[in-house]
Write a protein that binds this ligand. Structure first.
Ligand code: URA
Length: 233
């Protein structure tokens, strides 16, 4: 048994506040009866819960989109603040799907869905990751082409081609299809420049929600989860 608002939020119907509003607006039914309160207890395995007439399946997995702030590490434990310290949710089996450097901001998926995380992180899947990059020195004329050709970093470590799009003289977006350690910073170091600010904007088709300030997070919507699962098999 669990609270109805938790059931809906965990299942990706919206944030806790959004689902409470949906319940107040009379959009949610439990076994054919309009629900009145988020605190109502439901049986996640046997009750039929609908939102605007569509049945909501209970998901045993949970998914949150975090806008990682600078100053914490992408790990579940350590002697420094971790991204998990920011997630106030009652599941003890969640972990960050992938890593961002301590001083990198932006999109980090927090989940307990091991198979999905494995699929997203597997090097053979070439899942796209898009970053916003600000550089110390102006962007060079040859950067787009050199990154597109696949650069070598630190002497002889070959990186896959990357798609760079300049925004202005110092800022650009870069799309990687792999995730070597400190890859963005190493690519620009190899070009004689330095990354002074780095933020992840997207992973596959999951786009960082602009409403999330650094340190804030929200559950993924059902549609976002479906998109991430696409071609997982
Ligand atoms: N590349 C980096 O250099 N750092 C990150 O955090 C992510 C990609």
């Amino acid at each position: 048994m669990m609270r109805l608002d938790r059931f809906l939020a965990n299942s990706g119907a919206g944030t806790r506040n959004e689902v409470k509003k949906m319940i107040r607006e009379g959009l949610v039914e439990v076994n054919g009866t309009r629900a009145k309160k988020g605190s109502e207890q439901v049986d996640e395995n046997n009750d039929v819960i609908t939102l605007e007439g569509s049945v909501i399946r209970y998901s045993r997995y949970v998914y949150f989109m975090l806008n990682k702030p600078q100053g914490c590490i992408s790990a579940t434990e350590g002697n420094m603040p971790t991204v998990m310290d920011l997630i106030a949710e009652p599941y003890n089996d969640m972990f960050p799907c992938g890593r961002l450097d301590k001083d990198t901001e932006g999109l980090l998926l927090i989940t307990n869905d091991g198979p999905l995380a494995h699929a997203l992180l597997s090097p053979s899947r070439h899942v796209e990751k898009e970053y916003y990059v600000r550089l110390r020195d102006p962007i060079g004329e040859d950067y787009v082409q050199k990154l597109a050709a696949g650069m070598k970093v630190d002497g002889d470590l070959q990186c896959q081609p990357a798609v760079m799009k300049p925004i202005d003289a110092y800022t650009c977006t870069v799309i990687l299809k792999e995730g070597k350690f400190h890859e963005i910073k190493r690519l620009f170091a190899a070009l004689g420049n330095e990354v002074v600010f780095l933020k992840r904007l997207r992973m596959k088709n999951l786009v960082l929600d602009e409403d999330l300030a650094p340190g804030e997070y929200r559950p993924l919507y059902e549609e976002e989860i479906e998109d991430l699962r696409e071609s997982q098999e």
